[in-house]
Ligand binder design. Structure first.
Ligand code: 0A1
Ligand code: ZN
Length: 877
C-alpha cells in the first residue's frame, strides 16, 4: 500500500502501556455478526534488519449498524486513513487491543501502516523469526488470533476476504511465499540488495488462514492432476540439508489429494499447494490456504533418522492439513467456539485415511489408546470442557484433545449411525450448502441429517463434558432361548454445567457361540436412555457378548464379564480392535482393582501365551499391540483419588515382569523369527520392526540369555531408526552395562540433526530411572534451547511419562520453573505444559498438598492470561 506511506502522519508511535487484553471471558451466547465485511485486503510487508513495516488497505462494506472494530496486538501504529483522509486521534479509539472507528460511512477504504518486530517475537504467533545464525527464516502463525499481531484487522473467522500480499526483503532471503498464486516478482530498482514478490489468493478466506514466508529454502517440486483436470504444482520447502527428507511427505500429499476425491468427492481448488518446514513451531502444522506451515518434526522423514511411528504420523498430519482445505478453509468456523467443527471432522477424516494405509484395527487401537490416555484424563479432571466450549478467556487454551479427538469420535458415531452411503449424502450436502461460508456445529448436523433426522440428537455430545460410563450385564433364559442385555449410562456432573442428560450411544455388538467360537448375531444397539434392555430371540445357548466393537462410542465400559469370557474373546473375536480391548480390560482388572473385581493375572498370561505365537506370524503389528500395558500416566488417569505413583509404578512393572517371565520361552524364538534385513516401508515390515522391539524389551526384562547382545547388535546393524532407537531405548531403560556408550555414539552420529537429537534428549528424560538431577543436566546441556518448542518438549514432556520423578518436590520445582520461564516468552507452550499437572488433586498425601502449594506459588509468579486461565481451572477456581 502506498497511500498511508505517503500520507504518513505518525499518529501514535507507542502503543499504550496497559495490557492489550484485559483477561475477560468471552461467551458463545454473546456472538454477534460483524458490522462490516472486508471485501479485499492488500498487504505490503517489508522486512528490514530489525523490524518489519506492514501497510494494509482494507475495502470494507457495512452489513449492519455499528462501529468498525479492528483488533491489534504488539503493533506500533504509524498511519491511519479512511477513504483517503488521514484520521486524527479523535476519530478513533485505541484501547485494550481494539481500534474502534465510530460513525463510519457504509463503504470504506482503510489504509493502515504499522511497525512490528518479528526478530524479537518469541511467542511464535503472528510474524516471527525462526532459526538462528545463518539459518534464520521468517514465518507466520495466525490461527487463532495471530493476524492481529501483523496488522489491525477484524481478526475473527467469520470475516472472509480476498488477499493480495506483497513481500519485500533482502536478497539473502530468496524464498518469498504467500497464499495463492504468484503474480509478479522482481528486484527493487532503488535498493539493489532487495527484491519482492506479489501473491494473490482468489479464494475468500478468514485472516487466520493467512500465511507468508521469507527465507532461504530449497524446494522439492512435483505435480498432481485433480479429478477435475486441474494441474497443481506441489512444493515442499525445507532447508537444503533437509530436502532429501521431504519425499515421504510429498507422496502423502498426493495420496491425500486422491483419497479426498475418492472418498468425499473433494478436489483441490488452486494451482499451487506449498508446504514449508520450520524448526520452531508451537504445534504440529497449520493449514493456511495453499501454504501450509509445518513443524519440521511433522513433515521431515527418512528411514535413517525417523522412527516408523513418527513417519506414519508425518503422513497423517500431511493428510490432516490437506483435508482442512475443504473442512476448515472452504467451509470455516463462524466463531472459535465452533473449533471442533473443523477439527473434529478433519481428525475423523485423517484417521480414516490412515486406516486405509495400514491395518485398520491397529489404527483404531492407536487412536483409542491416545483418546483414553489423554482425552479421558482431561474429561475426568478440572480441565473438563464440552467439545464445543461455551466460554473462554484465551482460545489458545482450547486446542485440546477434547475438541480434536472427542470431536472426531462424535463424527465417527454419526458416520457409523448413518452408514457409508447416507454419510456421504450428508457430507455432499454439507459441502453444497455451506461452501464459502463460516458456519456452526448445528449447520453441520443439519446437513448430515438429510437422510436421518436422529443425527441432530448428537448435539448433546458437543454440549456436555465428561466421559459417559456404560455399565451392563446379561441374562439368558434357556426356556425361551432369549438373551437380554441391560445397559445403562452415567456421566459425572461437571460443576458449572447442567445436569448431564442421556446421550445417544451406539454400541456395536456381536454374540459369539461358546462352542464353535463363531458369531451368531451382530447388531448396532443404540443406547439413548439412562437404562435400556435389548433382547435377542432364538439364541440356543448362552453366548459370549462382545460390546463396543471398534470402540463404537467414546465411553468407559463396565460389563459384567468373567475373565474367561475375555480370554475367549481374545481367541475368537474377528474384530482386531476388540482383541486388543479385551487384553486391556484384563490388565485393568489386575492393576486397577478399584474399577471392579480384582483379577488374578493367570488367565491373562495364559491367554497371551496361547495367542502370541500364532498372531506373530499373521499380523505382527497387532501382536505387538496385544502386549501393551497402559503407561503409568494412563493408569494414573483412571485412578480417581489417593493415587500413589510409587505403588502404581511397582504394580505396573510387576505385571510387566510377570508377563516377560511367563512368556520367557517365546522371546528367543520370536526374536530369531524376525531377523534384521534391509529397510522396507511396508505395513508388514513396520509390523515386524514393532514386534521385534517389544520382544527385545521383554527379553531384557526376563534376562533371556544373550538378550543384551541382541540389543547391541540390533543397534550396530540397524537398517533404520526404528531398529536403532528401539535398541537404544531398551538398553537405556534396562540400564545395560554400556548404555551410556551407546547414548554417546547416538549423539555423535546424529549431532547435526535436530530432530534426532530431540530423540536423544527424550530417551533420557523419559527413562524408567530418571530423576530430577538428570533433567537438570539435560536442561543445562549446550544443545538445549528454550526457544525451540520441540526441544523443550523433548525434555519436559518426556519427563511427565515418569510420575514418580515428576511428583516430587525437586521434580515439580524443575517443571514449574520451566512454566514460569516460558510464561513470558511463549505463553502458549507454558500453558500447555501446565495443563499436564491438572490431576494433582487425585494424588495421595503428602504429594497432593505439595503439588497444591507449588501451583499456588506459580500463580503468584506468572502473568500471561494463557497460564492464568489454565491455572485457575487446574486449581478448581
Ligand atoms: N489448525 C491446526 C493446529 C494449530 C493450531 C494453532 C496453532 O498455533 C497457535 C498452530 C496450529 C491443525 O489443526 O492442524
Ligand atoms: Zn486441524
Amino acid at each position: 500500500m502506498s497511500t498511508a506511506e505517503n500520507d504518513a502522519q505518525i499518529i501514535n508511535a507507542e502503543m499504550p502501556d496497559v495490557p492489550l487484553h484485559a483477561p475477560s471471558k468471552i461467551n458463545l451466547k454473546d456472538y454477534q455478526k460483524p458490522s462490516f465485511d472486508v471485501e479485499t485486503v492488500s498487504l505490503d510487508i517489508k522486512l528490514f534488519e530489525d523490524h518489519a513495516q506492514v501497510d494494509s488497505t482494507l475495502k470494507m462494506v457495512r452489513q449492519s449498524a455499528g462501529d468498525i472494530v479492528l483488533f491489534g496486538e504488539d503493533l506500533e501504529l504509524l498511519a491511519l486513513s479512511m477513504n483517503g483522509e488521514a484520521l486524527s486521534a479523535e476519530r478513533y479509539e485505541l484501547s485494550a487491543g481494539k481500534l474502534t472507528i465510530s460513525d463510519a460511512p457504509d463503504e470504506v477504504t482503510l489504509a493502515l501502516q504499522v511497525r512490528i518486530c518479528p526478530q524479537t517475537n518469541t511467542a511464535l504467533e503472528g510474524f516471527y523469526m525462526a532459526g538462528s545464525g545463518d539459518e534464520t527464516m521468517f514465518v507466520t502463525q495466525c490461527e487463532p488470533e495471530g493476524f492481529r499481531k501483523i496488522t489491525f484487522y477484524p481478526d475473527r473467522p467469520d470475516v472472509l476476504a480476498i488477499f493480495t500480499t506483497r513481500l519485500e526483503a533482502d536478497k539473502r532471503y530468496p524464498t518469498l511465499l504467500a497464499n495463492g498464486n504468484l503474480v509478479e516478482a522482481g528486484e527493487m530498482i532503488d535498493a539493489p540488495n532487495r527484491h519482492y514478490a506479489i501473491w494473490h489468493d482468489p479464494t475468500n478466506k478468514p485472516s487466520y488462514l493467512f500465511a507468508c514466508v521469507v527465507a532461504d529454502l530449497d524446494v522439492l517440486a512435483d505435480s498432481y492432476t485433480t479429478s477435475e483436470g486441474r494441474e497443481v504444482l506441489l512444493e515442499v520447502y525445507a532447508k537444503s540439508a533437509d530436502i532429501d527428507k521431504c519425499t515421504v511427505g510429498m507422496q502423502a500429499l498426493k495420496d491425500s489429494m486422491q483419497w479426498d476425491e475418492v472418498n468425499y468427492g473433494r478436489a483441490y481448488d488452486l494451482d499451487r499447494y506449498m508446504i514449508v518446514a520450520v524448526s520452531q513451531f508451537n504445534m504440529g502444522a497449520m493449514e493456511n490456504k495453499g501454504l501450509n506451515i509445518f513443524n519440521t518434526a511433522c513433515v521431515l522423514s527418512s528411514p535413517e533418522t525417523t522412527t516408523d511411528t513418527r513417519s506414519f504420523s508425518v503422513k497423517a498430519i500431511i493428510a490432516h492439513e490437506y483435508f482442512h482445505n475443504w473442512t476448515g478453509n472452504r467451509i470455516t468456523c463462524r466463531d472459535w467456539f465452533q473449533l471442533c467443527l473443523k477439527e473434529g471432522f478433519t481428525v475423523y477424516r485423517d484417521q480414516s485415511f490412515s486406516a486405509d494405509q495400514q491395518s485398520s484395527a491397529v489404527q483404531r487401537i492407536d487412536d483409542v489408546a491416545t483418546l483414553r490416555a489423554h482425552q479421558f484424563a482431561e474429561d475426568a479432571g478440572p480441565l473438563a470442557h464440552p467439545v464445543r466450549p461455551e466460554s473462554f478467556v484465551e482460545i489458545n487454551n482450547f486446542y485440546t484433545t477434547t475438541v480434536y479427538e472427542k470431536g472426531a469420535e462424535i463424527v465417527r458415531m454419526i458416520a457409523n449411525t448413518l452408514g457409508a452411503d447416507d454419510f456421504r449424502k450428508g457430507t455432499d450436502e454439507y459441502f453444497r450448502r455451506y461452501d464459502g461460508q463460516a458456519v456452526t456445529v448445528e449447520d453441520f448436523l443439519s446437513a448430515l441429517s438429510i437422510t436421518n433426522g436422529k443425527v441432530e440428537d448428537f448435539i448433546d455430545w458437543y454440549r456436555q463434558p465428561g466421559t459417559p460410563v456404560v455399565s451392563g450385564h446379561q441374562d439368558y433364559d434357556s426356556a425361551t432361548q432369549t438373551l437380554t442385555i441391560t445397559l445403562s449410562q452415567q456421566t459425572r456432573h461437571v460443576s458449572g454445567f447442567d445436569a448431564p442428560k442421556p446421550l445417544p450411544i451406539p454400541v456395536a455388538t456381536a454374540l459369539f457361540d461358546k462352542e464353535s467360537g463363531k458369531i451368531i448375531a451382530e447388531s448396532m444397539l443404540l443406547l439413548d436412555q439412562a437404562t435400556q434392555t435389548f433382547t435377542f430371540e432364538g439364541v440356543s445357548a448362552e453366548p459370549v457378548v462382545s460390546l463396543l466393537r471398534d470402540f463404537s462410542a467414546p465411553v468407559q465400559l463396565n460389563y459384567d464379564y468373567q475373565d474367561e469370557d475375555l480370554a475367549f474373546l481374545l481367541k475368537h473375536e474377528t474384530n482386531g480392535f476388540n482383541r486388543w480391548q479385551v487384553t486391556q480390560m484384563l490388565v485393568n482388572r489386575i492393576l486397577l482393582p478399584t474399577q471392579g473385581t480384582k483379577s488374578n493375572p493367570d488367565v491373562y498370561l495364559a491367554a497371551l501365551a496361547q495367542t502370541l505365537p500364532v498372531l506373530a506370524g499373521e499380523d505382527a503389528m497387532l501382536a505387538a499391540r496385544l502386549l501393551d500395558i497402559p503407561s503409568a500416566q494412563e493408569l494414573a488417569a483412571a485412578i480417581p483419588e489417593d493415587y500413589d505413583p510409587e505403588v502404581v509404578k511397582a504394580q505396573r512393572e510387576g505385571l510387566y515382569q510377570q508377563l516377560a517371565e511367563a512368556l520367557k520361552d517365546q522371546w528367543e524364538m520370536l526374536y530369531k523369527q524376525l531377523p534384521l534385513h534391509s529397510y522396507e516401508d511396508s505395513a508388514e515390515a513396520r509390523g515386524e520392526r514393532a514386534l521385534r522391539n517389544v520382544v527385545l524389551d521383554m527379553a531384557l526384562s526376563a534376562n533371556v540369555e544373550g538378550a543384551v547382545e541382541w540389543a547391541q547388535q540390533q543397534y550396530d546393524n540397524a537398517s533404520c531408526m526404528t531398529e536403532r532407537f528401539g535398541a537404544l531405548k531398551a538398553m537405556v531403560n534396562h540400564q545395560v552395562a554400556n548404555a551410556d556408550a551407546y547414548l554417546a555414539d547416538f549423539y555423535q552420529r546424529f549431532q547435526a540433526d535436530d530432530l534426532v537429537i530431540d530423540l536423544w534428549f527424550s530417551v533420557q528424560a523419559s527413562a524408567d530411572n530418571v530423576n530430577a538431577d538428570v533433567i537438570k543436566s539435560l536442561l543445562a546441556h549446550e544443545d538445549f534451547d528454550w526457544n525451540t518448542p520441540n526441544r523443550v518438549r523433548s525434555v519436559i514432556s518426556a519427563f511427565t511419562s515418569q510420575p514418580t520423578a515428576l511428583w516430587t518436590q525437586q521434580g515439580l520445582d524443575i517443571y514449574t520453573d520451566v512454566i514460569k520461564k516460558l510464561d513470558d516468552s511463549n505463553p502458549m507452550i507454558a500453558s500447555r505444559l501446565l495443563q499436564v499437572l491438572a490431576r494433582w488433586n487425585t494424588l495421595a498425601e503428602p504429594r497432593r498438598q505439595m503439588a497444591h502449594s507449588q501451583l499456588l506459588d506459580v500463580q503468584q509468579q506468572v502473568s500471561s492470561k494463557h497460564v492464568h486461565e489454565s491455572l485457575s481451572s487446574v486449581l478448581g477456581a
